[in-house]
Design a protein around this ligand. Structure first.
Ligand SMILES: CN(C)C(=N)NCCC[C@H](N)C(=O)O
Length: 288
C-alpha cells in the first residue's frame, strides 16, 4: 500500500486548516448561536470580545487531528482508486479513472475519515462555541479549559460514546460530499489540461478551490444539523435524534436554517482546498 498519499494528505491538510480556521469559527458560531446578525457582526463581536485569538479558538486539536483525518481521506481515496483501477497516482494522468470510480473512492475516503474526525470535530465545535473572553480575574471560568479538559469532561460525563455525538450526521455529510469533492476536482483538472499531461499549478488551485466550494455547498445542510447535534444539551436544546433536530430546526427557523453558514463555508472552502490540493500534488510530484 503506497504511504506517500497519507503523508502528503496530512501536510497539505494542515496548511489548508490554518488558513481556514478563522472562517470556520465564524461559521460554527453562526450555525449554533442566534446572537449574531450575520458574518460581519459575528466577526466584529468576536474581535471586540476575544481579540484575534478568538478566531483561532479550538485550532490546536484540529491541527493534531488533521494528521489522522486528511491522511486517511487522501490515503484511502488513492488506495481505493488503486484497488478499483489498478493505477497508481503517477499513472492516472495517462490512464484517467472513470468518474464513477473517482466517486466511489471519494465516498470511501469520506466515510472512513468521518469516524476519525468525529471526536476531534466535536471538541473543536464545543471550544469554538465558548464565547467567553480569555480568563479574566473575577469572571466565571469557561466550561472547558482546553481540548484535553473538554475531551476528559465529555468522557467522564457520557463515556466513550459521548465523544461520537453528531457522528452520524457527520458521516452522512461526508460520505457523498467527498465523492462530489474528488469528482469536481478531477473534472475541472481534465477540462483545462491536455490529455495525458499533468495539470498546471494554476489549474490545480482553481480545481481544488471549486471542489471545496461545490462539496461544501452540498454539505452545508447536514453541517448545520451536525453542529447542532454536537451542541445539543449545552447552548442548544436536546434533540431526540438527527431527524428530530432537522424537523424542529426547520419548524422553528424555517428552511433557510439549512443554509446557515453557506456563504462563509464557501468563502473558506476556496483558499483552504486550493492550498490543500496544490501542496498535495506538489508533494507527490517531488517524491516521484
Ligand atoms: C464537504 N467536505 C466535508 C469536504 N470537502 N471535506 C474535505 C475537507 C477538505 C478541507 N480540509 C476542508 O475543511 O475544506
Amino acid at each position: 500500500m503506497p504511504v506517500e498519499e497519507f503523508v502528503a494528505g496530512w501536510i497539505s491538510g494542515a496548511l489548508g486548516l490554518v488558513l481556514g480556521h478563522p472562517f470556520d469559527t465564524v461559521k460554527v458560531r453562526l450555525q449554533t448561536q442566534t446572537t449574531y446578525r450575520g458574518i460581519v457582526d459575528c466577526m466584529v463581536k468576536t474581535y471586540r470580545h476575544e481579540s484575534l485569538l478568538g478566531f483561532f479558538k479550538g485550532m490546536s486539536f484540529p491541527i493534531a487531528s488533521i494528521a489522522v483525518v486528511n491522511s486517511v481521506l487522501f490515503g484511502v481515496y488513492s488506495n481505493a482508486l488503486l484497488a478499483l483501477t489498478a493505477t497508481s497516482h503517477q499513472e492516472r494522468r495517462a490512464q484517467p479513472p472513470s468518474y464513477t470510480h473517482v466517486f466511489i473512492a471519494g465516498c470511501t475516503g469520506g466515510f472512513l475519515q468521518a469516524y476519525c474526525l468525529a471526536p476531534f470535530d466535536l471538541i473543536k465545535v464545543r471550544l469554538q462555541n465558548q464565547t467567553e473572553p480569555r480568563a479574566k480575574p473575577g469572571s466565571p471560568p469557561p466550561r472547558y479549559r482546553g481540548p484535553v479538559h473538554c475531551a476528559a469532561s465529555i468522557f467522564q460525563a457520557e463515556g466513550p460514546r459521548g465523544l461520537f455525538r453528531g457522528a452520524w450526521a457527520l458521516t452522512l455529510r461526508d460520505t457523498p460530499t467527498l465523492g462530489i469533492y474528488f469528482v469536481t476536482y478531477e473534472w475541472l483538472c481534465r477540462q483545462f489540461t491536455p490529455d495525458g499531461q499533468t495539470p498546471s499549478s494554476g489549474t490545480v488551485l482553481v480545481a481544488g478551490g471549486f471542489a471545496g466550494i461545490t462539496s461544501w455547498v452540498a454539505a452545508t445542510p447536514l453541517d448545520v444539523i451536525k453542529s447542532r447535534m454536537q451542541m445539543a444539551g449545552l447552548k442548544q436544546r436536546a434533540y431526540g435524534g438527527l431527524l428530530d433536530c432537522m424537523v424542529s430546526s426547520a419548524r422553528q427557523e424555517g428552511l433557510g436554517v439549512f443554509f446557515r453558514g453557506l456563504t462563509i463555508n464557501s468563502a473558506r472552502a476556496f483558499p483552504v482546498n486550493a492550498v490543500t490540493f496544490l501542496s498535495y500534488e506538489h508533494l507527490l510530484l517531488s517524491w516521484g
